[in-house]
Design a protein around this ligand. Structure first.
Ligand code: FE2
Length: 374
Protein backbone atom coordinates (compact mmCIF):
# COMPACT_ATOMS: atom_id res chain seq x y z
CA UNK A 1 0.00 0.00 0.00
CA UNK A 2 1.38 3.41 -0.89
CA UNK A 3 1.86 5.91 1.91
CA UNK A 4 1.08 9.64 1.80
CA UNK A 5 4.79 10.44 1.27
CA UNK A 6 5.02 8.00 -1.60
CA UNK A 7 1.90 9.55 -3.05
CA UNK A 8 3.59 12.87 -3.39
CA UNK A 9 3.39 16.32 -1.91
CA UNK A 10 7.16 15.92 -1.59
CA UNK A 11 7.77 18.11 -4.57
CA UNK A 12 5.88 21.21 -5.71
CA UNK A 13 5.08 21.43 -9.39
CA UNK A 14 5.81 24.77 -10.98
CA UNK A 15 3.62 26.37 -13.65
CA UNK A 16 6.05 27.54 -16.32
CA UNK A 17 3.24 28.00 -18.86
CA UNK A 18 -0.41 26.97 -18.87
CA UNK A 19 -1.37 23.53 -20.12
CA UNK A 20 -5.13 23.08 -19.91
CA UNK A 21 -5.38 19.40 -20.75
CA UNK A 22 -4.36 16.75 -23.24
CA UNK A 23 -5.79 18.06 -26.51
CA UNK A 24 -5.56 14.71 -28.30
CA UNK A 25 -3.40 11.62 -28.73
CA UNK A 26 -2.29 10.81 -32.27
CA UNK A 27 -1.29 7.32 -33.35
CA UNK A 28 0.46 6.50 -36.59
CA UNK A 29 -1.07 3.30 -37.93
CA UNK A 30 -0.68 1.06 -40.98
CA UNK A 31 -4.35 1.20 -41.95
CA UNK A 32 -6.32 4.02 -40.37
CA UNK A 33 -9.66 2.96 -41.86
CA UNK A 34 -9.42 -0.49 -40.28
CA UNK A 35 -7.92 0.78 -37.00
CA UNK A 36 -10.82 3.25 -36.74
CA UNK A 37 -13.27 0.37 -37.15
CA UNK A 38 -11.51 -1.52 -34.29
CA UNK A 39 -11.60 1.45 -31.92
CA UNK A 40 -15.23 2.21 -32.87
CA UNK A 41 -16.64 -1.33 -32.63
CA UNK A 42 -14.24 -2.54 -29.97
CA UNK A 43 -13.84 0.48 -27.67
CA UNK A 44 -16.97 2.47 -28.52
CA UNK A 45 -15.18 5.58 -29.78
CA UNK A 46 -17.36 7.75 -32.07
CA UNK A 47 -15.89 8.75 -35.41
CA UNK A 48 -16.35 12.53 -35.38
CA UNK A 49 -13.83 13.94 -37.85
CA UNK A 50 -11.74 13.20 -40.92
CA UNK A 51 -8.91 14.73 -42.92
CA UNK A 52 -7.45 13.44 -46.17
CA UNK A 53 -7.37 14.17 -49.91
CA UNK A 54 -11.14 14.94 -49.82
CA UNK A 55 -10.47 17.80 -47.36
CA UNK A 56 -7.39 19.14 -49.15
CA UNK A 57 -4.73 17.16 -47.22
CA UNK A 58 -2.61 15.30 -49.76
CA UNK A 59 -0.04 13.33 -47.75
CA UNK A 60 -2.09 11.58 -45.08
CA UNK A 61 -5.48 10.42 -43.88
CA UNK A 62 -6.58 10.95 -40.27
CA UNK A 63 -9.65 9.70 -38.42
CA UNK A 64 -10.65 11.65 -35.32
CA UNK A 65 -12.37 9.48 -32.71
CA UNK A 66 -14.05 10.74 -29.54
CA UNK A 67 -15.43 9.37 -26.30
CA UNK A 68 -15.96 11.40 -23.13
CA UNK A 69 -13.20 14.01 -23.18
CA UNK A 70 -10.80 11.75 -25.09
CA UNK A 71 -9.75 12.57 -28.65
CA UNK A 72 -7.81 9.91 -30.51
CA UNK A 73 -6.41 10.65 -33.98
CA UNK A 74 -5.46 7.69 -36.20
CA UNK A 75 -3.17 8.72 -39.05
CA UNK A 76 -1.94 6.78 -42.05
CA UNK A 77 0.54 8.20 -44.60
CA UNK A 78 -0.30 8.20 -48.32
CA UNK A 79 3.37 8.49 -49.33
CA UNK A 80 5.53 5.42 -48.54
CA UNK A 81 8.63 7.66 -48.28
CA UNK A 82 7.15 9.97 -45.62
CA UNK A 83 8.41 10.22 -42.02
CA UNK A 84 5.01 8.82 -40.94
CA UNK A 85 5.65 5.68 -43.01
CA UNK A 86 9.13 5.40 -41.49
CA UNK A 87 7.65 5.66 -38.00
CA UNK A 88 5.23 2.81 -38.72
CA UNK A 89 7.94 0.71 -40.37
CA UNK A 90 10.14 1.07 -37.29
CA UNK A 91 7.66 1.05 -34.40
CA UNK A 92 4.51 -0.61 -35.73
CA UNK A 93 1.20 1.09 -34.86
CA UNK A 94 2.30 3.45 -32.12
CA UNK A 95 1.58 6.74 -30.38
CA UNK A 96 3.35 9.63 -32.08
CA UNK A 97 1.95 12.73 -30.35
CA UNK A 98 0.57 13.53 -26.91
CA UNK A 99 -0.72 16.99 -27.80
CA UNK A 100 -1.35 19.66 -25.16
CA UNK A 101 -4.00 22.35 -25.20
CA UNK A 102 -2.09 25.53 -24.25
CA UNK A 103 -2.77 29.28 -23.98
CA UNK A 104 0.20 30.24 -26.11
CA UNK A 105 1.96 27.82 -28.47
CA UNK A 106 4.87 30.21 -29.12
CA UNK A 107 5.49 30.78 -25.41
CA UNK A 108 5.34 27.03 -24.67
CA UNK A 109 7.88 26.39 -27.44
CA UNK A 110 10.18 29.18 -26.32
CA UNK A 111 10.18 28.14 -22.66
CA UNK A 112 10.64 24.41 -23.30
CA UNK A 113 13.34 24.78 -25.96
CA UNK A 114 15.24 27.36 -23.86
CA UNK A 115 15.20 24.79 -21.09
CA UNK A 116 16.71 22.16 -23.35
CA UNK A 117 13.86 20.49 -25.26
CA UNK A 118 14.59 19.63 -28.88
CA UNK A 119 12.25 21.39 -31.30
CA UNK A 120 10.43 19.44 -34.02
CA UNK A 121 8.32 22.27 -35.47
CA UNK A 122 8.67 25.97 -34.62
CA UNK A 123 5.50 27.94 -33.82
CA UNK A 124 3.41 28.14 -37.01
CA UNK A 125 -0.18 28.74 -38.10
CA UNK A 126 -2.63 26.22 -39.54
CA UNK A 127 -5.82 27.76 -40.98
CA UNK A 128 -9.10 26.99 -42.70
CA UNK A 129 -12.47 28.77 -43.08
CA UNK A 130 -13.03 28.51 -39.31
CA UNK A 131 -9.92 30.42 -38.30
CA UNK A 132 -6.35 29.79 -37.27
CA UNK A 133 -4.67 27.38 -34.88
CA UNK A 134 -1.15 28.09 -33.63
CA UNK A 135 0.99 25.04 -33.12
CA UNK A 136 4.55 24.08 -32.17
CA UNK A 137 6.08 20.67 -31.49
CA UNK A 138 8.90 19.33 -29.29
CA UNK A 139 10.44 15.90 -28.88
CA UNK A 140 10.12 13.68 -25.81
CA UNK A 141 11.24 10.04 -25.29
CA UNK A 142 12.02 7.98 -28.41
CA UNK A 143 10.23 9.27 -31.50
CA UNK A 144 7.30 10.53 -29.42
CA UNK A 145 6.47 14.25 -29.52
CA UNK A 146 4.36 16.84 -27.70
CA UNK A 147 2.42 19.34 -29.82
CA UNK A 148 1.43 22.62 -28.20
CA UNK A 149 -1.92 23.67 -29.63
CA UNK A 150 -3.46 27.13 -29.21
CA UNK A 151 -7.05 27.41 -30.39
CA UNK A 152 -8.24 30.83 -29.20
CA UNK A 153 -8.54 32.12 -32.80
CA UNK A 154 -10.24 28.99 -34.07
CA UNK A 155 -13.99 28.26 -34.19
CA UNK A 156 -13.97 24.88 -35.92
CA UNK A 157 -14.89 21.69 -34.05
CA UNK A 158 -11.30 20.32 -33.88
CA UNK A 159 -8.33 21.38 -36.03
CA UNK A 160 -8.05 22.96 -39.50
CA UNK A 161 -8.83 20.71 -42.48
CA UNK A 162 -10.79 18.20 -40.41
CA UNK A 163 -14.39 17.71 -41.60
CA UNK A 164 -17.07 16.56 -39.23
CA UNK A 165 -18.42 13.02 -39.46
CA UNK A 166 -21.44 11.31 -37.91
CA UNK A 167 -21.06 7.84 -36.48
CA UNK A 168 -23.98 5.41 -36.45
CA UNK A 169 -21.80 2.41 -35.65
CA UNK A 170 -20.06 3.01 -32.33
CA UNK A 171 -21.79 2.54 -28.97
CA UNK A 172 -19.89 4.48 -26.26
CA UNK A 173 -18.93 2.34 -23.24
CA UNK A 174 -18.55 5.03 -20.55
CA UNK A 175 -15.02 6.42 -20.98
CA UNK A 176 -14.53 9.75 -19.19
CA UNK A 177 -11.00 11.03 -19.72
CA UNK A 178 -7.36 9.98 -19.85
CA UNK A 179 -6.04 9.32 -16.34
CA UNK A 180 -2.40 8.76 -17.27
CA UNK A 181 -0.14 7.86 -20.20
CA UNK A 182 2.87 5.65 -19.54
CA UNK A 183 6.19 5.91 -21.37
CA UNK A 184 8.66 3.00 -21.53
CA UNK A 185 12.31 3.98 -21.83
CA UNK A 186 15.49 1.89 -22.11
CA UNK A 187 17.90 0.78 -19.36
CA UNK A 188 18.96 3.65 -17.06
CA UNK A 189 16.95 6.30 -18.93
CA UNK A 190 14.20 6.83 -16.36
CA UNK A 191 15.90 9.52 -14.26
CA UNK A 192 16.85 11.47 -17.37
CA UNK A 193 13.27 11.32 -18.67
CA UNK A 194 11.80 12.25 -15.27
CA UNK A 195 14.17 15.20 -15.08
CA UNK A 196 13.15 16.21 -18.60
CA UNK A 197 9.54 16.63 -17.41
CA UNK A 198 10.65 18.34 -14.19
CA UNK A 199 13.00 20.81 -15.89
CA UNK A 200 11.21 21.45 -19.17
CA UNK A 201 7.60 21.43 -17.95
CA UNK A 202 7.94 22.11 -14.21
CA UNK A 203 6.17 18.81 -13.47
CA UNK A 204 6.88 17.16 -10.13
CA UNK A 205 7.94 13.71 -9.08
CA UNK A 206 4.63 12.28 -7.87
CA UNK A 207 5.34 8.70 -6.87
CA UNK A 208 8.14 6.18 -7.45
CA UNK A 209 8.41 2.42 -7.36
CA UNK A 210 11.68 0.59 -7.43
CA UNK A 211 12.57 -3.03 -8.00
CA UNK A 212 12.18 -3.71 -4.26
CA UNK A 213 8.47 -3.06 -4.68
CA UNK A 214 8.37 -5.89 -7.15
CA UNK A 215 9.39 -9.41 -6.30
CA UNK A 216 12.67 -10.31 -8.05
CA UNK A 217 11.12 -13.56 -9.19
CA UNK A 218 9.28 -11.42 -11.66
CA UNK A 219 10.09 -9.40 -14.73
CA UNK A 220 11.09 -6.23 -12.98
CA UNK A 221 10.74 -2.55 -13.73
CA UNK A 222 11.32 0.77 -12.06
CA UNK A 223 8.72 3.49 -12.41
CA UNK A 224 8.39 7.16 -11.49
CA UNK A 225 5.26 9.18 -12.07
CA UNK A 226 5.61 12.84 -13.04
CA UNK A 227 2.58 15.11 -12.82
CA UNK A 228 1.58 18.71 -13.42
CA UNK A 229 0.34 21.02 -10.68
CA UNK A 230 -3.36 20.09 -10.75
CA UNK A 231 -2.63 16.38 -11.43
CA UNK A 232 -4.64 16.45 -14.66
CA UNK A 233 -1.54 15.26 -16.47
CA UNK A 234 0.20 12.20 -15.04
CA UNK A 235 2.99 10.44 -16.91
CA UNK A 236 4.52 7.34 -15.32
CA UNK A 237 7.96 6.58 -16.84
CA UNK A 238 9.15 2.94 -16.72
CA UNK A 239 12.62 1.52 -17.25
CA UNK A 240 13.72 -2.15 -17.19
CA UNK A 241 15.22 -3.59 -14.00
CA UNK A 242 17.16 -6.79 -13.38
CA UNK A 243 15.01 -9.77 -12.45
CA UNK A 244 15.12 -13.51 -12.92
CA UNK A 245 13.07 -13.11 -16.06
CA UNK A 246 13.46 -10.65 -18.91
CA UNK A 247 11.95 -7.29 -17.96
CA UNK A 248 8.65 -6.66 -19.70
CA UNK A 249 9.96 -3.12 -20.39
CA UNK A 250 13.01 -4.52 -22.16
CA UNK A 251 10.72 -6.72 -24.27
CA UNK A 252 8.70 -3.62 -25.19
CA UNK A 253 11.79 -1.58 -26.13
CA UNK A 254 13.07 -4.42 -28.32
CA UNK A 255 9.79 -4.91 -30.17
CA UNK A 256 9.06 -1.19 -30.41
CA UNK A 257 12.63 -0.49 -31.55
CA UNK A 258 13.11 2.13 -28.89
CA UNK A 259 11.21 4.02 -26.17
CA UNK A 260 7.55 4.86 -26.63
CA UNK A 261 4.08 4.92 -25.10
CA UNK A 262 3.35 1.65 -23.28
CA UNK A 263 -0.23 2.26 -22.20
CA UNK A 264 -3.00 4.80 -22.07
CA UNK A 265 -5.13 4.61 -18.93
CA UNK A 266 -8.75 5.68 -19.27
CA UNK A 267 -10.99 6.61 -16.36
CA UNK A 268 -14.49 5.08 -16.68
CA UNK A 269 -17.88 6.16 -15.38
CA UNK A 270 -18.64 2.63 -14.14
CA UNK A 271 -15.85 0.15 -14.76
CA UNK A 272 -18.05 -2.92 -14.23
CA UNK A 273 -20.42 -1.82 -17.00
CA UNK A 274 -17.54 -0.72 -19.24
CA UNK A 275 -15.61 -3.98 -18.99
CA UNK A 276 -18.76 -6.05 -19.38
CA UNK A 277 -19.39 -4.25 -22.68
CA UNK A 278 -15.75 -4.31 -23.84
CA UNK A 279 -15.65 -8.08 -23.29
CA UNK A 280 -18.85 -8.45 -25.33
CA UNK A 281 -17.13 -6.38 -28.03
CA UNK A 282 -14.29 -8.93 -28.12
CA UNK A 283 -11.56 -6.88 -26.41
CA UNK A 284 -8.96 -9.17 -24.82
CA UNK A 285 -7.61 -8.57 -21.32
CA UNK A 286 -4.66 -9.79 -19.24
CA UNK A 287 -5.94 -12.62 -17.07
CA UNK A 288 -5.20 -12.95 -13.35
CA UNK A 289 -5.97 -16.29 -11.69
CA UNK A 290 -9.03 -16.98 -9.50
CA UNK A 291 -6.81 -17.07 -6.40
CA UNK A 292 -6.40 -13.29 -6.71
CA UNK A 293 -10.00 -12.95 -5.50
CA UNK A 294 -9.75 -15.34 -2.54
CA UNK A 295 -8.56 -12.77 -0.01
CA UNK A 296 -9.94 -9.76 -1.84
CA UNK A 297 -12.24 -8.60 0.96
CA UNK A 298 -9.41 -8.82 3.49
CA UNK A 299 -7.00 -6.92 1.26
CA UNK A 300 -9.30 -4.29 -0.15
CA UNK A 301 -11.68 -3.89 2.80
CA UNK A 302 -15.02 -2.28 2.15
CA UNK A 303 -15.59 -1.95 -1.54
CA UNK A 304 -18.72 -0.86 -3.28
CA UNK A 305 -18.58 -3.36 -6.17
CA UNK A 306 -19.63 -7.01 -5.67
CA UNK A 307 -16.50 -9.21 -5.61
CA UNK A 308 -18.24 -11.84 -7.80
CA UNK A 309 -18.70 -9.21 -10.51
CA UNK A 310 -15.05 -8.14 -10.28
CA UNK A 311 -13.99 -11.78 -10.43
CA UNK A 312 -16.28 -12.53 -13.38
CA UNK A 313 -14.80 -9.59 -15.31
CA UNK A 314 -11.27 -10.07 -13.90
CA UNK A 315 -11.08 -6.48 -12.59
CA UNK A 316 -8.32 -5.77 -10.02
CA UNK A 317 -8.51 -3.60 -6.90
CA UNK A 318 -5.73 -1.56 -5.29
CA UNK A 319 -6.02 0.33 -2.04
CA UNK A 320 -4.13 3.31 -0.63
CA UNK A 321 -4.64 5.58 2.36
CA UNK A 322 -7.11 7.78 0.42
CA UNK A 323 -9.42 5.07 -0.91
CA UNK A 324 -9.21 2.48 -3.65
CA UNK A 325 -9.06 2.11 -7.39
CA UNK A 326 -10.23 -0.57 -9.79
CA UNK A 327 -8.17 -1.43 -12.85
CA UNK A 328 -7.77 -3.85 -15.73
CA UNK A 329 -5.29 -4.06 -18.62
CA UNK A 330 -5.95 -5.11 -22.20
CA UNK A 331 -3.60 -7.37 -24.09
CA UNK A 332 -1.45 -5.44 -26.61
CA UNK A 333 -3.55 -3.84 -29.37
CA UNK A 334 -0.69 -4.28 -31.88
CA UNK A 335 0.74 -7.59 -33.13
CA UNK A 336 4.01 -6.56 -31.53
CA UNK A 337 3.78 -6.74 -27.70
CA UNK A 338 3.85 -2.95 -27.38
CA UNK A 339 0.88 -0.59 -26.83
CA UNK A 340 -2.04 -1.59 -24.58
CA UNK A 341 -4.86 0.15 -22.71
CA UNK A 342 -5.77 0.28 -19.04
CA UNK A 343 -9.24 1.05 -17.73
CA UNK A 344 -9.61 2.40 -14.25
CA UNK A 345 -12.13 3.81 -11.86
CA UNK A 346 -10.86 5.81 -8.92
CA UNK A 347 -12.85 5.67 -5.71
CA UNK A 348 -10.63 8.06 -3.79
CA UNK A 349 -7.50 6.02 -4.47
CA UNK A 350 -4.63 7.86 -6.14
CA UNK A 351 -2.46 4.80 -6.75
CA UNK A 352 -1.31 3.29 -10.01
CA UNK A 353 -1.97 -0.27 -8.92
CA UNK A 354 1.23 -1.15 -7.09
CA UNK A 355 -0.58 -3.77 -5.00
CA UNK A 356 -1.43 -5.61 -8.21
CA UNK A 357 2.06 -5.68 -9.72
CA UNK A 358 2.82 -9.24 -8.61
CA UNK A 359 -0.42 -10.74 -9.94
CA UNK A 360 -0.12 -8.73 -13.14
CA UNK A 361 3.52 -9.57 -13.72
CA UNK A 362 2.80 -13.26 -13.36
CA UNK A 363 0.06 -12.88 -15.96
CA UNK A 364 2.34 -10.85 -18.27
CA UNK A 365 5.10 -13.46 -17.86
CA UNK A 366 2.74 -16.20 -19.00
CA UNK A 367 2.13 -14.17 -22.20
CA UNK A 368 5.86 -13.40 -22.55
CA UNK A 369 6.62 -17.14 -22.24
CA UNK A 370 4.10 -17.87 -24.99
CA UNK A 371 6.04 -15.40 -27.19
CA UNK A 372 9.35 -17.08 -26.24
CA UNK A 373 10.72 -13.97 -24.51
CA UNK A 374 11.59 -15.06 -20.99
FE1 FE2 B 1 -1.29 2.51 -15.60
Amino acid sequence: METAEQLGHVEQAETLFTIHQIHHVEMYVGNAKQAAYYYRRGFGFKWVGYQGPETGVRDRVSYLLEQGKIHLVLTKPLDPESPIAEHIQKHGDSVRDIAFDVDDAAEAYQITTERGAEGVAEPHEESDDHGTVKRSIIKTYGDTVHSFIETKDYNGFFLPNFEQREDNLAEPVGFKHIDHIVGNVDWDQMEETVNFYRNIFGFRRFVSFDDKDISTEHSALRSTVVANENLWIKFPINEPAEGLRKSQIEEYVQFHQGPGVQHIAIECEDIVETIDQLRKNGIEFIHVPETYYHDMEERAGDIHEPVEELQRLNILVDKDDKGYMLQIFTKPVEDRPTLFFEFIQRRGGESFGKGNFKALFEAIERDQAARGNL
